[in-house]
Ligand binder design. Structure first.
Ligand code: GAP
Length: 515
């Protein structure tokens, strides 16, 4: 675990050093849980968004896009339930004066049991080697069974407290589990209180009667309130979906772990409108499609898992998360929720407008049910970087830091490197670069030795380095050096474009999604 935390620290430092992520307002000592994306970060982020948008909107002919405003009528948040129920249960330690999310403290306690079980398993794996049967070990080893029983009991008690909204019980669990504040080391806890996560501001001058409005905590509501606009103008037939990418804001109290939990972040959400009664079929469909989308990136199938929610949100009748193995354990990257007809019905009630769909096949009107897929751009960014960051020992005692990013997401697709700064090589390299940059994000670099230049590109995840040498001037061939294998190959400049395009455009990945 300590080793993993170390890797995470290095990853955060790497993000800063190579222009991926900077703390916001850094020269003013930063602003908690707010970050800026640098020259490489913005490219990676844009590529993630494009991969999502194309997979959802381009590939599914019954999904269309939307870009709704961040500011919306305040009653929307009353109707959606966010004004009354978008809360976190908070607890303070009286000695350190630090504030925590009660549910997170308990989840961390459960993770400790998981760690103990994992340690027992790893010990046994080492001891028994190939003959090790994990399922049997889990079912019979007394230490594992003891820890598992404690974990299950805690889990059951915690889920019940959350579902009953029982704040006293949450506090009692913290006391009974002897959870201490990581700063003061004491168990001197306050009561648990609910805290609303929405930011608010005012619109209009006070003289005109300013209106309190909220910064949206999810992009989803912009989709619901435009349901009829899109359905009618696009002549959409249920089932169909509306997708949107945009900023969301939450006044998170436990804002830790870098860009994992931010106060200003970006979401990629899709609401899929279905006939009532068909929602479970579509829930399973989108679960499978979204997992495929993640796995197609080749970050390792074993690094993803589903995790069903212990407590359903106020709008949901089924919900699961897609989790990725981050350096600090498996964590939620995406949520898939069956939101029933809660949102559309509630907006109909609060707005006084009829929000229904006439189904020509059934010859009747109804309020559609909704399946939502919701993924954070920033969390996806973190998961990809965490999976891609590698420190590798090379032959000859050398080391390199490489980002093994999926080529389709890499900020820079190819670097064009003249071997020396003379003999017409820079001019030839510029000529190649000028054609390639019409389609790909390229970098030209002529400074330092070729080895150093390769390392700089490895560190930002550039999949291809194209080296121009004296032979290039004679036969129009270049050396392509591949980031992951570090192998080099001589290829004709004429074939370069097709070879790179095959790897860096989404088409190959999208074929996998349609299989
Ligand atoms: N519309 C449903 C919704 O917003 P959510 O589970 O609260 O559901 C969806 O959020 C996704 O948004 C999460 O899976 C996560 O990737 C991202 N997300 C939520 N809060 C975040 C935060 N504070 N910082 C970064 N990403 C966040």
């Amino acid at each position: 675990m300590a080793q993993q935390e170390d890797v995470f620290k290095k990853l955060v430092a790497h993000c800063k050093e190579y222009g991926f992520v900077f703390p916001s307002s850094e020269i003013y000592d930063g602003l908690g849980a707010v970050y800026d994306y640098g020259q490489n970060g913005v490219e990676l982020k844009n590529n993630i968004k494009k991969y999502w948008w194309d997979a959802m909107v381009k590939l599914n002919d019954n999904v269309v896009g939307l870009d709704s405003a961040i500011f919306m009528h305040p009653t929307i948040w009353k109707a959606s339930g966010h004004v009354d129920a978008f809360n976190d249960p908070l607890i303070d330690n009286k000695d350190s004066k630090k504030r925590y999310r009660a549910d997170v403290l308990i989840e961390e306690q459960m993770a400790k049991f998981d760690d103990k079980i994992e340690k027992e398993i790893n010990k046994a794996k080492k001891k028994f080697g190939d003959a090790f049967d994990e399922a049997q070990f889990r079912a019979t080893n007394p230490n594992v069974l003891r820890e598992q029983a404690k974990r299950d009991a805690l889990h059951a008690r915690f889920s019940k407290a959350l579902n009953d909204n029982n704040l006293e019980e949450l506090r009692q669990i913290i006391i009974d589990e002897e959870i201490v504040c990581p700063i003061s080391g004491t168990k001197n806890w306050t009561e648990v209180r609910q805290f609303n996560l929405m930011f608010s501001t005012e619109m209009g001058s006070t003289a005109d009667g300013a209106m309190k409005i909220y910064l949206r905590p999810e992009t989803a509501q912009g989709i619901f309130v435009n349901f009829l606009n899109v359905q009618k103008t696009g002549r959409m037939k249920v089932p169909f979906g509306i997708a949107q990418i945009g900023k969301a804001f939450r006044n998170e109290i436990v804002a830790r772990q870098f860009i994992f939990r931010m106060r200003e972040f970006e979401q990629m959400e899709m609401q899929f409108f279905v006939r009532p009664g068909e929602e479970m079929k579509w829930f399973e469909y989108w679960k499978a499609f979204r997992l495929k989308w993640h796995k197609a990136l080749g970050m390792g199938d074993e690094n993803y898992q589903f995790h069903d929610h212990d407590k359903l949100a106020h709008y949901a009748n089924a919900a699961t998360d897609i989790e990725f193995r981050m350096p600090f354990g498996f964590k939620e990257v995406e949520g898939i929720h069956s939101r029933t007809d809660f949102d559309l019905s509630s907006h109909a009630k609060y707005s006084g407008k009829k929000i229904e769909y006439f189904d020509p096949e059934l010859n009747k009107s109804y309020t559609p049910y909704v399946i939502e897929t919701s993924i954070g751009v920033d969390r996806m960014f973190l998961s990809i970087l965490a999976g891609a960051y590698k420190e590798e020992a090379l032959e000859g005692g050398d080391t390199r830091v490489v980002l093994r990013l999926p080529a389709v997401l890499a900020p820079v697709k190819l670097a064009v490197l003249p071997l020396v700064k003379k003999d017409g090589l820079p001019e030839k390299a510029r000529e190649i670069m000028n054609t390639m940059k019409l389609e790909f994000n390229c970098q030209y670099d002529e400074k330092d030795s070729i080895g150093k230049r390769y390392r700089r590109q490895d560190a930002i995840g550039t999949p291809f380095c194209v080296t121009v040498d004296h032979q290039t001037l004679e036969d129009n061939t270049v050396t392509v050096r591949y980031r992951d294998t570090m192998e080099q190959e001589r290829v004709s400049v004429d074939t370069l474009h097709a070879m790179i395009a095959k790897q860096v455009t989404g088409a190959e990945l999208f074929k996998k999604l349609l299989e």
